[in-house]
Write a protein that binds this ligand. Structure first.
Ligand code: MG
Length: 219
């Protein structure tokens, strides 16, 4: 599938709560962490309640956890450990990897475009096998620019030898994924109901990323 001139088209995917169930992985990590730390089960509920889908700064999260439950270790150590220890709790459905493969087989270039830090996002991408299933992973900390800035999508296009023309952005967050896709001139698909925001409105809104693959393939 190429745009005019034979240049491949680009399909971009957000990672957390789009390709993977990031909140489910966080719950798995929280149960493991609380058990190991030997603090009360209440700490699991506290972590989930204060995680805000990963959007609470980790420093703030661990400052709060230490003061509420007396967890050992400095905030800096806790954050660094979290970045290493959370990724092994992630998983991906095999049907998602199959969907990514189907796009590439059809001639699409496929990129993950994710806001986050390199240690944690790389850990998740490699642990799940997504890194090996796409053409390029663009992590905001490495790119020096974050969604919804269109430049992060320009980097993804450049790194994959694709054009943004007639491309797609798929993600769960209206303000980063949908707005970013629109900024880059991409068609957009919103996934799930993780955020209460209604705008900007995506071209499609599906409950699962799996529904995005046939939509892109048919475009
Ligand atoms: Mg997300």
């Amino acid at each position: 599938m190429t745009a005019d001139g034979g240049t491949p088209r680009l399909a971009c995917f957000d990672l957390d709560n789009t390709l993977i169930d990031r909140d489910g992985a966080f719950l798995g990590w929280a149960r493991w962490f609380v058990d190991r730390a030997g603090v009360g089960e209440d700490a699991v509920e506290w972590l989930v309640a204060h995680d805000n889908g990963g959007f609470t700064a980790r420093e703030e999260l661990f400052v709060g956890l230490r003061s509420a439950f007396g967890v050992r270790g400095s905030v800096e150590e806790l954050v660094a450990a979290y970045d290493r220890e959370h990724p092994p709790f992630t998983w991906v459905e095999s049907a998602v990897l199959d969907g990514l493969a189907s796009l590439r087989t059809a001639g699409w270039r496929v990129a993950v475009v994710t806001n986050g830090n390199v240690v944690q996002q790389t850990g998740k991408l490699e642990h799940t096998g997504i890194a090996a299933a796409v053409d390029y992973c663009c992590i905001s900390q490495a790119a020096g620019v974050r969604k919804p800035d269109r430049r992060i999508f320009e980097i993804a296009a450049s790194q994959t030898g694709a054009t943004l023309t007639d491309g797609w952005m798929v993600g769960d967050h209206p303000s980063y994924d949908v707005a970013g896709g629109i900024n880059a001139g991409l068609k957009t698909i919103r996934i799930g109901h993780h955020h209460t925001l209604d705008t900007p409105v995506a071209d499609h809104h599906f409950d699962s990323v799996l529904k995005s693959f046939p939509t892109i393939l048919a475009s």
